[in-house]
Write a protein that binds this ligand. Structure first.
Ligand code: BGC
Length: 747
């Protein structure tokens, strides 16, 4: 819409809401030229007590009410970490059945993390932000950034993997992208919400260093660097207190140390008491299973203020934070981005992210990429080749405009160039055993035997057949990458291990494509299968992206954002028996040793290590130099500079990773930690110099005694390479002085 038309419509709306606002000289809060704080202060002064109360709790599943006399519009929130959720409610979770609430379904967030590409994450955020804006949503509830502590977490697919540095870079860019579109982002779930089992009640205990060094940094980056406008409190308890009422997390750390000025919104039904919410940092209560007026921050809060139990100043602070969010996204302004839905550019971006996210785990004898001219027949096997995945489940659900399945992507790419057959191979509709399953396997084996190549699209999803118009139920079922329950184990369900073994016995040219939100056990067949590709849930362009990788139009460049363990008991929380907790409490016994920090420190061999991913080309690393970059007297700053060359025959991308280890630490430190990375797109034969900054935090640990970050004087090993287990260059660096930093300092 043309801005002048928008302006006229807005003036009309305001006039309808309240004719006195038509005045030629608008009040300061309606003047976009005024600084936000001045607008907030002005509007706050005009609100009645009741109106203020109405802004700190929901009046339907996803709204707060309009205040027409002041021109405050109704505020709409929407889920949609990878695409704007369909409209529900307003007073139930059931889909409204609208026909105008479809969206571009992007790949899930774990896939975005697997791209290791912050620029792409920015574009990803722009796509979903722009669609949210177009759909009239003021806040997009995402990204989810809870660290992957166990591969079983049912929501790992919605999060950004096991490393806080990687997750921070992706989250910050995604948030900036979303918020550039006039929509606020809401980073979630703060904090320690690392499993779905007992999520509403589990009491998470961890030591302070673990909290500060692993579980908080992505939130901290979202606040300090991403400028995120909202933070969602988690369901679980932390050190005995529910996170939405947790004074330490919300008031002390988030608002105190980090200086967060935005609003803290509860997870839906995460609020448990009026006093806890009022006093301990909650600014907006949503989703409580009570009549809206009876929400803890509704009538009971008002009554408490009237009785003098709570000072009005506490309410004012909450309202200020809500108003700041409104002004920051231009909710009261006539102009701003208009947003767009499902544009060709959005579709291209969905495809690009999906392709860049795919991780080539194995490629013996360069069986991939497939040469379409040399292949006469392909047996595509596996239900996941035809399952639609985008709708996902829980709060990650959405209605995709369309979805290209793996089979469709392959058919489109290959055209009439080869005879393509499809056999389901297994059935997710049954327990997967019995004669029916044998017949499915036998059929697939026959197809594989008579084809040049077999592609088994395996994985986790247990979907019933999806009718695009039917979005009343979750696509993914519990225990298979879905909210509210964790996975039961790492095994492929429905006899898929058997299927793969028999297919590869019939045709050694078998490629396994894994459609899942994380690791599965591969030991039953990995040594027999020449190629394995981790495809995640690739969004509505996933099938096209997959075909582009299989046939070599795109060179794979994804790297694992999480360790793939050989077996569950190799993973720290399981090796130590800490998961899923005892008597309602879960003590994070592994402490700092999460993911590769555990595998590398304890010398456990992973199936595929953190940061790993193959390419159709090869990269050479050379000439590492560590250069001092900071001014004297300032916290230590260096840059690690080295060269990466594409020494193969094809253009391709490499994510060069930088790990740091303190040589003789005074306290326990993990064997190595990721402190920088850069993704480089290189033509065949091209060589480029990389420069990765290493600031003070790259050397620091959190000292709980001092409540400070400490970079100790001493020697540090700086390692550059293509994964956590593929270090190509190594140098040392000596810090002459110990530096101590305040937690409020910029990261
Ligand atoms: C989920 C949140 C989500 C909210 C609103 C909760 O159950 O944990 O991630 O944003 O519902 O749908």
């Amino acid at each position: 819409m043309h801005p002048s038309i928008r302006m006229a419509l807005w003036a009309g709306c305001l006039a309808l809401m309240n004719p006195s606002l038509r005045a030629a000289d608008p009040p300061p809060y309606l003047n976009p030229a005024q600084p936000i704080e001045a607008r907030v202060a002005d509007l706050l002064g005009r609100l009645t007590l009741e109106e203020k109360i109405s802004l700190v709790h929901g009046d339907s599943k996803f709204t707060t009410p309009a205040i027409p006399r002041l021109g405050i519009p109704q505020r709409w929130f929407s889920d949609g970490p990878h695409g704007v959720r369909e409209d529900t409610g307003p007073y139930t979770w059931i889909s409204m059945g609208h026909t105008d609430d479809f969206c571009t379904a992007m790949p899930v967030l774990i896939a975005l993390a697997a791209t290791w590409d912050p620029d792409l994450a920015r574009s990803y955020g722009e796509v979903i932000g722009s669609e949210a804006r177009k759909r009239g949503k003021q806040m997009l509830i995402g990204p989810g950034v809870n660290l992957q502590r166990t591969p079983l977490n049912g929501r790992n697919f919605e999060y950004l993997g096991e490393d806080p540095w990687l997750a921070s870079r992706i989250a910050v860019s995604d948030i900036r992208g979303i918020q550039s579109q006039g929509v606020s982002a809401c980073v979630k779930h703060f904090a320690g919400n690392n499993q779905e089992q007992d999520r509403m009640t589990v009491d998470v205990e961890m030591d302070e260093r673990t909290l500060r060094e692993l579980y908080l940094p992505t939130f901290e980056a979202a606040v300090k660097e991403g400028g995120v406008l909202a933070v969602m409190g988690a369901y679980n308890r932390f050190r005995g207190v529910h996170c939405c009422e947790n004074d330490y997390l919300l008031n002390h750390v988030l608002k105190g140390e980090w200086g967060f000025q935005g609003l803290v919104v509860s997870d839906w039904s995460g609020t448990h008491s009026t006093a806890g919410a009022v006093l301990h940092g909650l600014d907006l209560e949503m989703g409580t299973e009570l009549p809206y007026d009876d929400f803890y921050l509704a009538k009971p809060f008002l009554a408490g203020i009237r009785r003098g139990e709570f000072p009005v100043a506490l309410l004012d602070d909450k309202v200020r934070r809500n108003l700041r969010e409104m002004f920051a996204v231009g909710a009261l302004d006539p102009t701003g981005p208009t947003g767009a839905i499902n544009t060709p550019e959005h579709q291209r971006m969905a495809r690009r992210v999906a392709a860049e996210a795919m991780v080539l785990l194995k490629n013996e004898n360069q069986i991939l990429p497939l040469d379409p001219r040399a292949i006469a027949s392909i047996a595509v096997i596996g239900e996941n080749a035809v399952r639609l995945q985008c709708h996902l489940g829980g709060s990650a659900r959405l209605k995709a405009f369309y979805e290209i399945s793996p089979l469709e992507g392959i058919l489109r790419r290959i055209g009439r160039g080869a005879n393509v057959t499809f056999s389901p191979g297994y059935s997710s509709g049954s327990a997967g055993d019995g004669p029916g399953a044998d017949a499915l396997i036998a059929h697939a084996v026959r197809a594989a035997r008579s084809a040049d190549v077999a592609i088994v699209v395996a994985g986790l999803n247990r979907a019933r057949a999806i009718d695009l118009k039917d979005v009343t139920g979750p696509n993914h079922s519990l225990h298979f990458d879905a909210e509210e329950a964790d996975r039961a184990d790492l095994k492929l369900p429905f006899r898929q291990d058997d299927l793969i073994r028999q297919v590869v016995a019939a045709n050694p040219r078998t490629i396994v494509v894994l459609v899942s939100g994380g690791a599965v056990e591969m030991d039953p067949w990995l040594d027999r299968v020449p190629a394995v590709l981790q495809a995640w849930y690739g969004g509505m362009e996933g099938g096209n992206a997959l075909a582009s990788i299989l046939f070599g139009d795109v060179n794979p460049s994804g790297k694992l954002p999480c360790t793939f363990p050989r077996k569950l008991s190799d993973s720290p929380a399981h090796a130590l028996g800490a998961y899923p907790g005892r008597n309602g409490t879960e003590t994070y016994a592994e402490g700092l040793l999460v993911g590769y920090r555990w595998f590398d420190t304890r010398g456990v061999a992973p199936l595929f290590p953190f940061g790993f991913g193959l390419s159709y080309t090869r990269f050479a690393y050379s000439d590492l130099r560590i250069v001092a970059a900071g001014a004297p007297g300032e916290p230590p700053a260096y840059s690690a500079e080295f060269s990466v060359a594409n020494v193969g025959e094809r253009a391709g991308a490499e994510t060069a990773q930088l790990y740091v280890r303190e040589l003789r630490p005074r306290v326990m430190r993990p064997f190595q930690e990721l402190k920088g990375f850069q993704k480089l797109f290189l033509q065949a034969g091209e060589k480029r110099r990389v420069s990765i900054p290493l600031r003070s935090r790259a050397f620091s640990f959190y000292d709980p005694g001092r409540g400070r970050w400490v970079a100790e004087a001493g020697d540090y090993v700086i390692m550059a390479g293509g994964s956590s287990r593929d270090i190509r260059l190594q140098g040392t660096l000596h810090l002459d002085h110990t530096t101590v930093e305040d937690p409020s300092s910029p990261r």
